[in-house]
Design a protein around this ligand. Structure first.
Ligand SMILES: Nc1ncnc2c1ncn2[C@@H]1O[C@H](COP(=O)(O)OP(=O)(O)OP(=O)(O)O)[C@@H](O)[C@H]1O
Length: 680
């Protein structure tokens, strides 16, 4: 019926009146859009099928991996013991390399490339995937491509042949086979929107690399392929896929204005400071107190955020400027850059100027509550009379951690101030917080080509750049949207390539031969922390303590104090120490075990180089961990991490003492177990 109407009214019949024509166009548009929607559902279904197949495969792999990982975990926690069986392990690795057809590649010095394909095995667990619509021409192999293709033909040749035949080049081949050949039998997806698909894959990879609660950055990476992403045969590699054909960069997404135009905070804590006396609006007695405590200058984050918070509270305590509700704020700045003082000072000042309110005979007896989010929510739900309706500020430090918890109803009336070194800038996540006219303060990062980015920027026009210059903001070379994390300026990062068996020896070498002191050393588990602690202690000559959830809070504070006073040379820690802890005197941060997530890495290394000081972070990397670590840090915007070469000869003198300590370890652990049991 509709079709009939359209045919009738779309004709050139002179009798057709204008509005009838319009209505016909509308109907046509409607039909078109319905057909499009149906097609899209069909495509999504098809794509879902493919993804499901891929997922089933991955599930199988993961199942296998979880077995491997539990073996691996055991291996990791026991890598000290594994030293004894290093020879057997080498044998095993060699065999497995032969099985994978890697030994030849290894001989040619191409092992790095070969290992690259093993990367999915070392990925952290997958989380929910977002699937973008992809047009699939064939779920298996594009016939045009298959008919005369030779499975042994190199991708470069294939590309050339296809070019000659005029076949579409935008084809993603799945990863090469374990023997290095390209699996033309595996699903080949021909996509009409290659960039979207690539972006999507990268997004997924990135999601996996960030702490699970978050990540916008992953979906926004605007990857242009550089030389490092090239395979040995000259084809390109993105997100585990070999890409044949030109890869165009992804179109930047439109961000809300407040995210796209943040106030920039520099990371230069040495020069970009401001004398405390010059802070307008801050009470003189507060300034005096700061000076008494040795704070003579404000760091950049304080320079910018303190006046902004003071500004919104200057016209009264309960309301913002002009009687309006004050804006919420998000502040993203590196670890150790002084975020705490940036919110503490203006809040203290504004609390002092308030008029106490007496409500129903109840007057607040508490001005500031410092709580962990879990405990706070617990009180709200369970403690009688616990009422936050008069709460003026809610400051969320380490804000990225509790994005989920704070979408509670009781938070809607508050002014929210969110602080973090790894703040999520995912608009969807931030949306859930119901932020009111939010303002973003964020620091800038430099990539390894010296380009400067804000953590959250969009393409800007030449005109806008000029305006920025006039505004006296740093010379931000904004380009693609990037979601990257900044680290302190005084931080130097290294990686040491080693085998699992070499790890304890290298740590001992750094301590005994290279005389590293004031060291925080992170492992990935409480168990590893404990074993490593005992091992170093048994060898002697080094003041070592462990720091993990095994210890009571009082014991932990004492240890931190001893470390600060220089009485402890090395503190072996689990990630309980990684976030927020401000321990003075940390010169080195060693990641004995590589962290699985970029945020964990950023917070770990952020325990050194705080408050403008210098510090060094070193990560021990096994061969199988390279790819993950390199990818994780590269995508977070970190320049290439330098390698710290260790002469293996230097490890030899340590071996006898190490082997002795290793023999003692089981007895020590057994003794502890018996003691625990007898203590009940
Ligand atoms: N203006 C200042 N002058 C000198 N030292 C300062 C100043 N502001 C802060 N500090 C010191 O710098 C250190 C780091 O500050 P703070 O803990 O606030 O950093 P942060 O940005 O919150 O770090 P993280 O993200 O790791 O929690 C602290 O020891 C603090 O006392």
């Amino acid at each position: 019926m509709a079709l009939f109407t359209i045919q009738r009214y779309m004709g050139d019949d002179e009798d057709v009146v204008e509005d009838q024509k319009k209505s016909a166009i509308n109907i046509l548009e409607k039909i078109k859009s319905e057909a499009k929607a149906r097609k899209s559902i069909k495509e999504k279904k098809l794509h879902t099928e493919i993804i499901t197949t891929e997922k089933t495969e991955k599930k199988k792999k993961r199942k296998k991996k979880s077995k491997d990982t539990s073996d691996e975990d055991a291996e990791d926690t026991q890598d000290i013991d594994s030293y004894v069986s290093a020879e057997q392990r080498d044998d095993k690795e060699k065999k497995s390399a032969e099985r994978l057809g890697l030994s030849e590649i290894e001989k040619k010095g191409e092992l790095k490339h070969a290992v690259l394909y093993e990367e999915p095995e070392s990925e952290p667990p997958k989380k929910k995937k977002k699937v973008k619509s992809v047009e699939i021409q064939s779920p298996i192999v594009n016939k045009d491509n298959k008919d005369d293709s030779d499975s042994t033909e190199s991708p470069v040749k294939t590309k050339k042949r296809k070019k000659e035949k005029g076949i579409n080049d935008n084809v993603l081949l799945n990863t090469p086979g374990s023997d290095g050949s390209f699996m033309t039998e595996k699903p080949v997806l021909s996509v009409s929107d290659t960039e979207a698909f690539i972006g999507d894959r990268i997004g997924k990879e990135n999601e996996d690399l960030s702490e699970p609660e978050d990540d916008w950055m992953g979906e926004q990476i605007n990857d242009t392929i550089d030389d490092e992403d090239k395979n040995l045969d000259g084809t390109n590699e993105i997100g585990g896929f070999t890409v044949i054909g030109e890869v165009k960069s992804k179109t930047p997404q439109k961000l809300p204005d407040w995210l796209a135009n943040p106030s920039i905070i520099t990371v230069d804590l040495k020069h970009q400071t401001q004398s405390v006396g010059d802070m307008k609006g801050l009470d003189t007695d507060i300034i005096e107190k700061l000076k008494e405590n040795g704070v003579t200058h404000f760091f950049p984050v304080q320079r910018q955020v303190i006046p902004a918070i003071l500004d919104i509270t200057q016209n009264g305590f309960q309301v913002g400027k002009g009687g309006y509700r004050p804006s919420d704020m998000c502040i993203s700045a590196p670890t150790g850059s002084g975020k705490t003082l940036a919110f503490v000072l203006p809040i203290i000042q504004s609390l002092r100027s308030r008029v106490p309110v007496r409500l129903n005979g109840y007057q607040s007896l508490v001005d500031i509550i410092v709580a962990t989010p879990g405990r706070l929510v617990d009180h709200i739900n369970k403690t009688e009379g616990f009422d936050l309706s008069q709460l003026r500020f809610l400051v969320i430090d380490e804000a990225d951690r509790m994005m989920e918890e704070i979408k509670q109803d009781w938070l809607t009336h508050l002014q929210k101030l969110l602080f973090s070194a790894t703040l999520s800038q995912n608009p969807e996540k931030l949306q859930m917080l119901n932020l009111f006219q939010p303002k973003l303060f964020t620091s800038v990062v430099k990539d390894d080509r010296g380009k400067v980015y804000t953590q959250n920027t969009e393409q800007v026009t030449g005109e806008e750049k000029l305006q920025n210059k006039n505004k006296n903001t740093p010379d931000t070379q904004t380009g693609e949207f990037v979601g990257k994390y900044t680290t302190p300026e005084g931080l130097t990062e290294y990686q040491i390539e080693c085998t699992s068996a070499e790890k304890p020896l290298i740590l001992l070498h750094l301590l005994h031969n290279m005389k590293f002191r004031h060291v925080l050393c992170f492992t990935n588990s409480v168990e590893s922390t404990h074993r490593l602690f005992h091992l170093i202690k048994s060898i002697g000559d080094i003041e070592v303590r462990e720091f993990s959830s095994r210890l009571h809070a009082a014991r932990r504070s004492k240890i931190v104090q001893q470390f600060t006073n220089g009485k402890i040379d090395i503190l072996i820690c689990s990630d309980a120490m990684a976030r927020g802890m401000d321990v003075d005197n940390v010169r080195y941060v060693i990641s004995y075990d590589v962290p699985a997530y970029i945020k964990t890495y950023i917070h770990r290394i952020g325990r050194t180089a705080r408050a403008g000081k210098a510090g060094t972070a070193i990560t021990l990397l096994q061969n199988k961990e390279f790819f993950h670590f390199k990818k994780m840090t590269k995508e977070a915007g970190k320049p290439r991490i330098k390698e710290l070469k260790i002469d293996r000869e230097d490890l030899n003198p340590i071996i006898p003492a190490f082997e002795e300590a290793l023999k003692e370890l089981p007895q020590i652990l057994k003794g502890e177990k018996i003691k625990r049991k007898s203590n009940g």
